[in-house]
Design a protein around this ligand. Structure first.
Ligand code: SF4
Ligand code: SF4
Length: 110
C-alpha cells in the first residue's frame, strides 16, 4: 500500500518529536513519520535503498521494527532519489518546500 500523498491535508499530527511530526488518520491505517519527508511505516519493508541513496543522510533505521524514519528531514535537498528507489512507494517528499533549482544546484548546473 503506497503512502497517501494527500496526507499533509487529510491526516492529523498526533505527536511532535524533536526531529519530525508523526501523522495519523481515522480513515487510514498506520502512521506517517515526517512532514518534509513523509514515510508510511506500514508500507516500508526496510530494504535500505533510501538510506543508501540519500546524499544528506536524512534516514535512520528503527532496528526493532526494521523500518526507516526521516530523522534528519530538515537536511533534505529535494533531489527526489528516495522516492525513485523506494520499491513500495512508502515515501512522499514535499517538493514545494524546496526551491525549483535545488536539483540543478546538486548537479552543478548553476
Ligand atoms: S529527496 Fe533526496 S535529500 Fe531528500 S530525503 Fe530523499 S534522497 Fe534524501
Ligand atoms: S526505500 Fe522504501 S521500503 Fe526501502 S527502507 Fe526506504 S522507505 Fe522503506
Amino acid at each position: 500500500m503506497p503512502i497517501d500523498r494527500t496526507y499533509r491535508d487529510t491526516w492529523n499530527v498526533d505527536v511532535k518529536t524533536k526531529s519530525y511530526d508523526i501523522w495519523i488518520a481515522k480513515h487510514a491505517e498506520g502512521e506517517i513519520h515526517g512532514s518534509i519527508v513523509g514515510i508510511h511505516l506500514e508500507s516500508c519493508i526496510g530494504c535500505m535503498k533510501c538510506v543508501n541513496a540519500c546524499p544528506t543522510s536524512v534516514f535512520t533505521i528503527l532496528r526493532e521494527d526494521m523500518v526507516v524514519v526521516p530523522t534528519n528531514e530538515r537536511d533534505c535537498i529535494f533531489c527526489m532519489i528516495c522516492e525513485m528507489v523506494c520499491p513500495t512507494e512508502a515515501i512522499c517528499v514535499d517538493k514545494h518546500v524546496g526551491s525549483d533549482d535545488t536539483l540543478d544546484s546538486l548537479l552543478g548546473n548553476v
